[in-house]
Each structure stands twice: as C-alpha cells, then as structure tokens.
Design a protein around this ligand. Structure first.
Ligand SMILES: [Fe+2]
Ligand SMILES: [Fe+2]
Length: 253
C-alpha cells in the first residue's frame, strides 16, 4: 500500500493569483535552508549571472557533495542491521543506483524549472526538487554508512539529465508535467523492485527507500493534478530503456 503525502507540500499554487502563491510560499513547510539552497528566497533580486552561478553551485553540490536535507533521514531512528560483507556491498551498490537517480532528479527539475515561463510552475518544480534534495542526502548518507561510494559518472548523469529536463521544459508545460508524472511512475516501480532486493536485515536502507517511494508518488500525483499530458507510449518506452541503462551502469560505476 502506497501512502501519498499531503499534497500541500508540493502544490505551490500553479495557476493561482500571485498573492495566493506568495501565501503558499510563506506557509510552505520546506525549511529556509532548503529554500536558500534552491535560490528561492529573493528571486526578484537575482541577476542572470546570480542565477547562473546559483545553478552551477547546485549542480556541483548534487554531483560532488551532499546538499542540505530539510528533513531527518527516515533511517535516523533505526539501528544498523547485522549485515554480512557481501550484503553490505550489495546494498551499497543498490543505494548508489538510487543516489544516481536523485542526482538525475535534481538535474531534471533544474532543467525543467529553467525552461518554463510560468513562475508558479517554476516554484512548484523547485519545491519538488527540495524534497529530492532530501533523497539525495539520505541515499548518500546510507552509501557512506555501508562503506560504498557514489557513482564515478555523476557529472555525466547530471549533464544528460539536465539536457533532458531542458528539452522536456521546452516542449511546453503540460508535456513537462507529463514527463514528471511518467518519471515518478517509473521511479516508484524501480524503488519497489529495490525494496524487494535489499537484504531483509537492512532496515535503514529500506526506510529510506520506502519514504522516497511515497514522496515520488506524491510528486507524480501533483503533476497530474496540475495538468500533466499523458506521454506517448514510445516515449515512455525510451524513458524506461534509458533508465535501464543508467541503473545497470550505476550498479558498478
Ligand atoms: Fe527522489
Ligand atoms: Fe520525485
């Protein structure tokens, strides 16, 4: 059973008045550090150079470091299970794949937010990206705990996903939202698969993935509510095939 989170965390008022959107922004439960990280605190005062540098900073943080999480890890209250060395290595490889997925999520949302002309949709995408930043931090933390390492190809994954996000954004807002909805559906299925594959003893990794799955479901549902177009079947197939290549390579590299 998938429990979707309350929609007001990601629905920031696309299509509402500016006053309503501003009120939503004030009422948002996304903490200020995450908004600062996303460059969302005073967009009217940012020059194009500021925005470019801010974008570059977020890209570097996603690829090389661990951006600040706005929520504690779902694993924080759990003790580490008694895993054998092969189990730890296998779990670390799975979490590396999921970390790559979150690097790509940051890049996709960045590209899509940059491409839309609708300020409310841009805010919505940036808030979803803030939750994805939590996923990025949680998976990275779990990789470290398991003694693994992030993907060596993260700069490549980020660049490719950013380009894809720009293309999706340029296609128009309904298609861009459709891309979000389909991506989140595929990610949900992927996470369900990893929850089956992780060692039963690895409760910390399982808690992280279960929470991520719930967040991804909420992101997908929000995109549908905002008017996502249904992508053509061949596009969905290409997306699935591309994700398959990424997950296979990231398992080892
Ligand atoms: Fe995510
Ligand atoms: Fe998501």
């Amino acid at each position: 059973m998938v429990a979707a989170r309350a929609p007001d965390r990601v629905d920031t008022g696309v299509g509402r008045s500016r006053r309503g959107a501003a009120a939503d922004e004030r009422a948002s439960c996304v903490p200020r550090p995450a908004l600062l990280y996303l460059g969302m605190t005073s967009p009217l005062h940012l020059t194009p150079l500021d925005r470019a540098l801010s974008r570059l900073g977020r890209a570097m943080a996603s690829v090389a470091g661990s951006p600040p999480a706005s929520r504690p890890s779902p694993a924080s209250s759990l003790t580490d299970g008694d895993l054998s060395a092969p189990q730890r290595a296998d779990a670390a490889a799975l979490m590396r794949v999921n970390h790559v997925g979150e690097v790509c999520a940051q890049a996709l949302y960045e590209g899509q937010a940059m491409s839309t002309r609708d300020p409310a949709l841009r805010r919505h995408l940036q808030r979803a990206a803030a939750e994805e930043a939590d996923h990025l931090a949680w998976t990275r933390q779990r990789i470290d705990e398991l003694g693994g390492r992030p993907s060596l190809l993260n700069p490549l994954w980020y660049a490719g996903a950013f380009a894809l996000g720009v293309v999706a954004g340029r296609a128009g807002d309904r298609w861009s939202l459709g891309f979000v909805a389909e991506t989140e559906r595929q990610v949900e299925a992927h996470l369900e698969g990893h929850l089956q594959r992780l060692p039963a003893e690895d409760e910390r990794s399982r808690a992280v993935l279960a929470r991520m799955r719930d967040d991804e479901v909420a992101h997908g549902q929000a995109a549908v509510r905002l008017g996502a177009a249904e992508l053509p079947g061949p596009v969905k197939s290409v997306m699935r095939a591309s994700a398959g290549v990424m997950t296979t390579v990231a398992h080892y590299l």
